[in-house]
Ligand binder design. Structure first.
Ligand code: SAH
Length: 447
């Protein structure tokens, strides 16, 4: 047994791990809150600087019992051991740590009633337990071992119902999950997309080109669950950590779902990006667009636009002269164009390109946008995009970010000479996890 030490937690870091100092060194441990006294075990080697809580000796008044049995082993959630108000406070603190130097960071906004079962995109990975029964769940945080989860607190409940059917079918029909090491078996993952009304798309991901039971399984899923609008088979035979492969075939119904957001219907394909928490995303989009105070003479660029949700919301809520969305993923652009057609909107178009390349080309062609809305992936915007924004010099920029660290890096480049940050608002889009979404408004400095 390793030695235990008594420590006092002073703060949490961006991973929501508790931080403490011991023998003049900094340590972090999951499941530890500011102010708590705990006995901990220190880790060494590659885990140097990390610790494991053995016992909480003086619990924080903010501590609660996590409402999930897999908490701690699955790695999906990391702040269920504290009440929701405190979860929001800890997220505000994280956002402040990275962003305070650019302006006042407002308190993180969350929807308490949506802190559970909000995920509209669910990925279940399949494996076998020791007795050879099919299990489904999430990978353990740092390995490829599947932690079985029959009911995840964050996911829409429809996924768990269908997964039970799939596991039963596999056990009865002796269908084996795909094994990444020996490349045998078939079903690898199941991806779900669920609309606000519960309409569900089930994407079966096969690691093998041959899946003889595919139609039988699709039929059983559709017959048993009337909320299923489509079953798609996706082939992913490569050794990869990506969930979806390039080829797919529709086995039942549609190959996409439609969801209502900001009063509009959106078509979403398996591969298109769509925010996982629709009601919070609605709040974020509306807030971002209102803050931009878009005028009739404005030309707006929605960069990293996905299926066009922000561009279309801007078209609906404002009378902008022109809106263009740019996005790299072809399937998402196809969805975006389809969405415009169905909604019959004018003055709005989409282009499939790298956001930086497009903006440089636009500058070369003397095209100007006076409002840029940007919503890049976790790594933030590319250097070429930021440089092009500075060259184009729009009056206002709305930056929507899911990572305060890359946001801070990009704000630094944008604020050196040209922009002020007038508004910084964090949102709890991913309740239960350490992630924070932030909306910023930047306006051009007087020259
Ligand atoms: N604004 C959208 C999508 C945001 S997610 C929404 O709210 O739904 C970020 C998007 O950026 C993804 O759709 C991803 O495909 C896209 N993307 C990633 N790299 C890109 C690049 N270099 N140029 C353009 N789009 C990119």
């Amino acid at each position: 047994m390793s030695k235990k030490y008594i420590v006092r937690c002073k703060s949490v870091n961006q991973n929501m791990n508790g931080e403490f100092v011991f023998n003049n060194s900094n340590f972090e441990a999951p499941n530890l809150l500011p102010g708590e006294k705990a006995s901990v075990e220190l880790l060494y080697g590659k885990d140097k600087g990390k610790a494991v809580v053995h016992e909480i000796i003086e619990p924080s008044a903010e501590r609660i019992n996590p409402e999930c049995q897999a908490y701690g082993s699955c790695g999906g959630c990391c702040i269920l051991h504290t009440n929701y108000d405190n979860q929001l406070k800890l997220k505000t603190d994280t956002a402040r740590k990275y962003l305070e130097r650019y302006g006042e960071v407002r308190d993180c906004i969350g929807l308490e009633e949506r802190r559970f079962n909000y995920r509209n995109k669910i990925i279940a990975t399949l494996s076998l337990d020791k007795k050879g029964r099919v299990i489904s769940g999430l990978y353990e945080e740092t390995t490829h071992r599947v932690v079985p989860i029959t009911r995840c607190r964050l996911e829409n409940e429809h996924a768990a119902e269908v997964m039970a059917t799939i596991r039963e079918f596999m056990d009865k029909g002796r269908i084996k999950p795909y094994n990444e090491d020996n490349r045998k078996g078939t079903l690898r993952h199941v991806l779900f997309r669920v609309s606000a009304e519960g309409e569900t798309l089930v994407v079966l991901v096969s690691g093998n080109k041959i899946f003889p039971e595919k139609n039988k399984l699709a039929k059983i899923i559709a017959e048993k669950h009337d909320f299923v609008a489509g079953v798609v088979l996706n082939y992913n035979t490569k050794k990869t950590s990506f969930v979806l492969g390039d080829n797919e075939e529709v086995l039942f119904g549609n190959g996409y779902i439609t969801d209502r957001m900001c009063g509009m219907e959106f078509r979403i394909s398996p591969r298109s990006f769509y925010q996982v928490n629709t009601p919070v995303a609605e709040k974020i989009y509306t807030d971002a667009i209102m803050r931009a105070k878009i005028q009739p003479e404005d030309t707006v660029l929605d960069a990293y636009c996905g299926i066009g949700t922000i561009a279309l919301t801007a078209a609906k809520l404002t009378n902008a002269k022109e809106i263009l969305g740019v996005e790299l993923n072809q399937a998402a652009v196809r969805d975006a164009k389809e969405n415009v057609k169905r909604l019959g909107m004018k003055n709005i178009s989409f282009i499939c390109d790298d956001a930086g390349d497009y903006l440089n080309a636009a500058i070369g062609a003397d095209i100007h946008y006076n409002c840029i809305i940007m919503d890049p992936p976790r790594r933030g915007a590319s250097e070429s995009f930021i440089k092009a924004v500075l060259r184009m010099n729009p009056e206002k920029i709305i930056y929507i970010s899911c990572n305060p660290e890359s946001l801070a890096r990009d704000l630094r480049a944008l604020t050196i000479k040209k922009y002020n940050v007038d508004y910084i608002q964090p949102y709890d889009m991913f309740a239960g996890t350490a992630h924070v979404e932030t909306v910023c408004l930047l306006t051009r400095k007087a020259q």
